[in-house]
Design a protein. Structure first.
Length: 291
């Protein structure tokens, strides 16, 4: 017999701006993982020559269909790589893909990043996340940083990569990102005081410092997907699907009406394919060490 979810579970689910079980979202995230890893210069661009000698157990939080973990497990067969995600569909796919590729060191579990993680203390040497802004509140970030401190071994590394997006020379493209930022602000999922941007990347080092991490550093990446660049079509396709899937969230928060969205969305996507389009994202990877 089914039962109603408790209020805490319902609140966690409601912070996801896109249905975590949507098959189209799974396909989008698989492509996005590849785009981001390439744009950042590899799986661990901040580590000299990819030196992973001290890393034996890795956790990826919000792993989606597992693209990043699959690549870590493939490139570093000596590392045990674990991904967690709230989506049953994503985790089932990630496990199946790892089995087909014979990645016996890739493991996946269904888990909610809003809650205490189901791992013992001192379980991992490195905890990674990319692009969790879409479902985390400011309080969630501080809680997660402390939880990562618990599951990291002494000397272990926390590693967060987040984005500030929407920079371009096109009006509809800038406006649709402005709608997203406004919706996140209205939903209480933004560090911006006025909803004009996400506001997270300036906070990453502060979040780590408040949680007690040491030797905190950062590395910036500029992702250029202007017309004529290799990433233009890939990021267009990513955003084309992403904004459509996010429409219910954008309209539910009243950041835009359905009628306005139906006009703005195709305009923004068309602008990305014009010869005059210029657009970039700013990514920041911040990392720190557990004492």
């Amino acid at each position: 017999m089914s039962t109603s979810p408790d209020p805490a579970e319902k609140q966690s689910e409601n912070t996801y701006i896109i249905d975590a079980e949507d098959a189209a979202e799974m396909a989008r995230l698989l492509d996005q993982d590849k785009l981001l890893t390439e744009a950042m210069g590899g799986l661990f661009p901040e580590r000299a020559a990819g030196d992973m000698r001290e890393i034996h157990d890795v956790l990826d939080i919000g792993c989606g269909p597992g693209g990043w973990i699959h690549e870590v497990a493939h490139r570093y067969p000596e590392i045990e790589a674990t991904g967690i995600d709230i989506s049953q569909r994503m985790v089932q796919y990630a496990r199946a893909h790892a089995k087909v590729r014979k990645l016996n060191n890739a493991h996946f579990k269904v888990m909610d990043a809003h809650k205490r993680l189901d791992f013992p203390d001192n379980s991992f040497d490195l905890v990674n996340e990319r692009f969790l802004f879409s479902f985390m509140t400011p309080d969630d970030w501080h809680t997660l940083a402390r939880e990562c401190m618990r599951i990291l071994r002494p000397g272990g590394i926390i590693r967060f990569t987040e984005v500030e997006a929407g920079f371009s020379n096109m009006p509809a493209f800038e406006r649709i990102f402005g709608v997203l930022f406004r919706a996140l602000h209205l939903a209480g999922q933004s560090f911006s005081p006025n909803g004009q941007h996400i506001g997270l990347i300036p906070m990453l080092k502060r979040i780590m410092r408040d949680a007690g991490y040491q030797d905190i550093q950062h590395l910036a990446h500029m992702v250029d997907f202007s017309a004529g660049t290799p990433g233009n079509r890939g990021f267009h396709d990513d955003l084309d699907v992403g904004f459509k899937l996010a429409q219910p969230f954008l309209t539910k928060t009243k950041a835009i009406t359905p009628e306005e969205f139906d006009v703005l969305y195709p305009q923004a996507m068309d602008e990305m394919l014009s010869e005059e389009f210029c657009g970039v994202w700013m990514l920041l990877t911040a990392w720190g060490r557990k004492p």
